[in-house]
Design a protein around this ligand. Structure first.
Ligand SMILES: [Zn+2]
Length: 217
């Protein structure tokens, strides 16, 4: 029984990276933890892209208009794929090459810009004492995809993308993306308690096996 999306560890360091990690890639059949629009809504509250009060409005709007719920989920999945392609293209591996495909990333940027333009068209400038803010998500049925588009743009424009890492698949890690916020930029694993220690334990077992030729198991 796969975990509920709200049980996934949040390791990304930004909601947009945590979104990228809601699809388990690799293996024969990728598992999408965003199983339906209600999972998406619960997850959006968990990562604070949407408040509890807003989630109630969205829930009502989506119940009244199920097509909007489906469209919202489809849009978020699109943004997630585009963002994943862009972020992969920012990662350089140990040999200095990029992990991703720059052409696919370029196409993804065009699509992400379209998603964001739609969200920006629905956004509103608000005056908050002496600050003007651009508030995304003024239409309840579109609030979740609009906030996700905002988060995707935010990470691409404001995060230090040289700090995007992928938990190393070839070394036995899980492939999740995260922003390395360690002081010296040397974080390798999504979570040492998970992938790092699992891989270390496996290596230790392999070394012990190698040191005892003739023993099976
Ligand atoms: Zn990992």
């Amino acid at each position: 029984m796969p975990l509920d999306v709200c049980q996934l560890p949040l390791v990304g360091g930004h909601p947009a990276l945590d979104l990228a990690n809601t699809l388990e890639r690799g293996g024969e059949s990728p598992h999408d933890f965003l199983t339906d629009s209600s999972a998406l809504l619960r997850w959006s509250v968990r990562v604070a892209v949407v408040s509890d009060a807003e989630a109630e409005q969205v829930g009502r709007a989506w119940r009244d208009e199920p097509a909007a719920a489906h469209a919202g989920l489809a849009t978020v999945r699109d943004i997630r794929e585009g963002l994943h392609l862009v972020l992969l293209a920012t990662i350089t591996d140990a040999d200095g090459g990029t992990v991703g495909d720059p052409i696919a990333a370029g196409a993804a940027l065009v699509a992400l810009h379209q998603r964001w333009s739609g969200a920006a068209a629905r956004a509103r400038l608000t005056l908050d004492s002496s600050r003007v803010r651009l508030a995304y998500g003024t239409v309840p049925a579109m609030l979740v995809p609009d906030r996700i588009a905002e988060a995707a743009l935010d990470v691409m424009l404001t995060a230090d993308l040289t700090r995007v890492r992928r938990c190393p698949v070839l070394q036995g890690g899980c492939g999740w993306l995260f922003l390395d916020q360690s002081r010296n930029g040397s974080r390798r694993w999504c979570r040492m308690a998970d992938c790092g220690n699992v891989v270390k334990a496996r290596r230790l077992t392999e070394r012990r096996r190698a040191a005892r030729p003739g023993l099976l198991g």
